[in-house]
Design a protein around this ligand. Structure first.
Ligand code: MG
Length: 301
């Protein structure tokens, strides 16, 4: 390239760079105006719908327009065919897999840690076959002892271990999802933002986090909690009534999810919100009422 031609090219390139910030700004504005409000993708754990068999439960779910199913992880490898067959020709997909492994990741006893490593990998592999968004886990419940101390070194160890597990999950086509609880249940991870920061520091696309409206009692704002994770890390949501962990709506005015839903809508969250709760009344009545309440609040949020 001749010098003159080079200068022209370079100047044109610099001119391009000069307009770039404005171009970005107008792009962002358009994006905001055109943001697509996501659907509320409701999902049930296996114990939520009434029914004597998986097929009856799925029929009930379909009648309510539920699009996700969250089985427990225990014995999942032996259930892959059963679940795939049951979901055939239905508009329901596996949303996430809830725990079901042995041991725990912060166990001090090497044998307990080894049990965790092998059992969660079996579940992650099955979750990948089922097209799940991920496998939910808690690093250590308060009652699980002996546990590594709550120190900086333990956090670094957790991130290293999660990196390996996350990379394995990516190979299986899924993720592992860190679930924060609250200080009475799991002192180690109490806030959605804590879980999101651990996911970030694990440096693996296969490590994500979630929020559970029931456990989110220590959050100062449901909206800020979900926003702190953003779509980069927020992979799943659980929901229950906010007094007794029953069907949403069974605790009356406490069951206001609109602040959190507003964040999910603004983020364009397109994954699932799964019922993880009991029921005070007959499920044939409480479940449809809860679904109706959540859809109304999603509209209002
Ligand atoms: Mg939960």
């Amino acid at each position: 390239m001749k010098r003159r031609q080079f200068m022209q090219t370079t100047l044109a390139g610099m001119a391009g760079m000069a307009v770039t910030p404005m171009a970005f700004a107008s792009c962002a504005a358009n994006k905001k105006e055109n943001i697509v409000v996501p659907d509320l993708n409701l999902s049930f754990q296996e114990g939520i719908p009434p029914g004597d068999s998986l097929s009856e439960k799925l029929d009930f779910m379909e009648s309510l327009g539920i699009v996700g199913f969250e089985p427990g992880g225990r014995g999942l490898a032996g259930r892959v065919n059963e679940i795939q067959d049951a979901l055939k020709n239905r508009n329901i997909k596996v949303s996430a897999i809830c725990a079901g492994f042995d041991g725990f990741i912060l166990a001090e006893d090497p044998e307990v840690k080894a049990n965790f490593d092998s059992s969660i990998r079996d579940i992650v592999a099955a979750a990948g076959e089922l097209g799940s968004t991920g496998v939910i886990f808690v690093p250590a419940f308060n009652g699980q002892k002996p546990c590594l101390p709550h120190t900086i070194e333990t956090r670094e160890y957790l991130c290293e271990q999660l990196h390996e597990l996350g990379e394995y999950a990516v190979k299986c086509g899924t993720t592992v999802i860190l679930e924060p609880l609250n200080r009475r249940e799991c002192f180690y991870v109490r806030l959605v933002s804590d879980a999101a920061a651990i996911a970030r520091d694990s440096h693996s696309e296969g490590v994500k986090c979630m929020g559970d409206f029931w456990h989110m009692q220590e959050e100062t704002s449901d909206y800020a909690a979900f926003m702190s994770a953003g779509t980069k890390y927020l992979q799943h949501v659980h929901i229950a009534s906010r007094g007794r962990r029953s069907m949403p709506g069974e605790d009356g005015e406490k069951d206001d999810y609109r602040d959190g839903f507003r964040a999910l809508k603004e983020m364009g969250y397109d994954k699932y919100v799964t019922f993880e709760c009991g029921s005070q009344g007959d499920r044939r009545e409480t479940v449809p009422a809860a679904v109706e309440l959540l859809r109304a609040q999603w509209q209002e949020a």
